[in-house]
Design a protein around this ligand. Structure first.
Ligand code: MG
Length: 387
């Protein structure tokens, strides 16, 4: 599969917007607006990495916006948007991806299907841009007499982001366009002779430019919520040892769990259930076993990341239900501590966390004490607009 990196452009000062804080850091729901954009791209199963281009003065604000989402270090932008994008691309060039999606940080409601359409188009196109047709009739002022004339709107489109490119082509196009004032990356690409395809955009993927846009975004977030349920399952092998880690609690046992991380089956199932609520792929996608940084890692890190991705879109975790399947150890004596631990990881009351256990009547691999399994269900409440 081609490796795709998303570059989120958030270095603007928002002069048209006004206010003391650049608009991308204004609070939408209960987090900075930029967090929604970053979280959605990070959650997409086909995006390997997300990087943001920011203004150096905004570093403290950015750190709050990106906290816990697992995003690489921010890249410092330049004078104009075009400079910022070029600096971002130059930074990515050290470990060049195959594809790059360039997204405006101020489009917080980008949906997974727009991203899918752009990526699909890149299979056969040099570049792809989501766009919508114009619905209003267009007028052009006629110089002199104060009147106007009608412009034919057939074949005119409003371009959105993320705009998708083959990395080397757009990097070269940006290098060749330094100092020119082009309004979007597709414009930079077109100038370099790249053929840009249009794919269908989305109305809700609007760019927040004015105070009115921001109010509209706030209204959308408040309009309606929906309930979602995520499910996760995990199995790990038992081997030699004297303890297992379950729900983040070390429990003495005459066998240990084997695995790349701490092999906490319960927290792995919980992580997958959390990711499932927002269709954000699975634990292996976010924490590949091939990546050495997760060797021996505490599974608490996995849960924390998944919680951050869920919360980034304004969702509230309502409840979690975990069942551990095994002949040993006995869970009862540790249940209270496990419940407290999971509740604190999820940031909810322990009355909203169920930790259950069952044997399999000595049947199957679990009954033969060859492994432990766990299942988890998580319920969240999230704004419909963030689907
Ligand atoms: Mg596992």
């Amino acid at each position: 599969m081609k490796r795709c990196v998303a570059l989120v452009v958030a270095a603007g000062r928002g002069e048209r917007f006004g206010g003391d804080v650049p608009k991308q850091y204004k609070t939408l729901g209960d987090a900075p607006l930029l967090r929604q954009s970053l979280g959605r791209l990070s959650a997409h199963p086909d995006i390997a990495e997300v990087r943001a281009v920011i203004h150096p003065n905004d570093l403290p604000l950015y750190e709050i916006a990106a906290k816990g989402l697992g995003i690489g270090a921010p890249i410092m932008g330049g004078q104009e948007r075009q400079d910022s994008v070029r600096l971002g691309l130059e930074t990515l060039a050290a470990d060049a991806p195959d594809l790059v999606l360039i997204h405006d940080g101020a489009r917080p409601f980008v949906g997974a299907d727009v991203i899918d359409r752009v990526l699909d188009a890149l299979e056969h196109s040099e570049a792809a841009v989501p766009a919508l047709p114009l619905s209003d009739t267009l007028k052009r002022l006629v110089e002199g007499d104060g009147g106007c004339e009608t412009v034919d709107r057939a074949n005119l489109w409003r371009a959105q982001t993320p705009q998708g490119f083959h990395f080397q082509r757009i990097l070269e196009a940006h290098r060749a366009a330094v100092g020119m004032a082009l309004t979007d990356d597709a414009g930079v690409a077109e100038r370099a002779g790249v053929v840009v395809s249009l794919v269908e955009g989305e109305e809700r993927n609007f760019k927040i430019t004015t105070q009115q846009d921001f109010q509209h975004a706030r209204d959308l977030m408040r309009e309606a919520t929906e309930t979602r349920v995520g499910f996760g399952i995990d199995v790990h092998k038992l081997g030699e040892g004297n303890s297992v880690t379950l729900c983040g609690v070390v429990v003495p046992n005459d066998q240990a769990l084997e695995g790349h991380s701490d092999a906490d089956v319960a927290l792995h199932a919980l992580t997958d259930a959390l990711l499932g609520t927002i269709a954000a792929g699975d634990i292996g996608r976010h924490f590949p076993p091939s990546d050495d940084q997760w060797r021996g890692a505490s599974s608490v890190l996995f849960v924390n990341r998944a919680v951050a991705l869920v919360r980034a879109r304004g969702a509230r975790i309502v409840h979690a239900d975990i069942t551990i399947m095994g002949e040993a150890p006995r869970i009862g004596p540790h249940r209270r501590m496990m419940t407290t631990r999971v509740a604190s990881l999820l940031g909810i009351d322990s009355g909203r966390v169920a930790i259950k256990a069952t044997t399999t009547e000595q049947l199957g691999f679990i009954g033969r004490r060859e492994g432990l399994a766990a299942q988890a269900v998580v319920t969240i409440q999230c704004p419909v607009e963030t689907t």
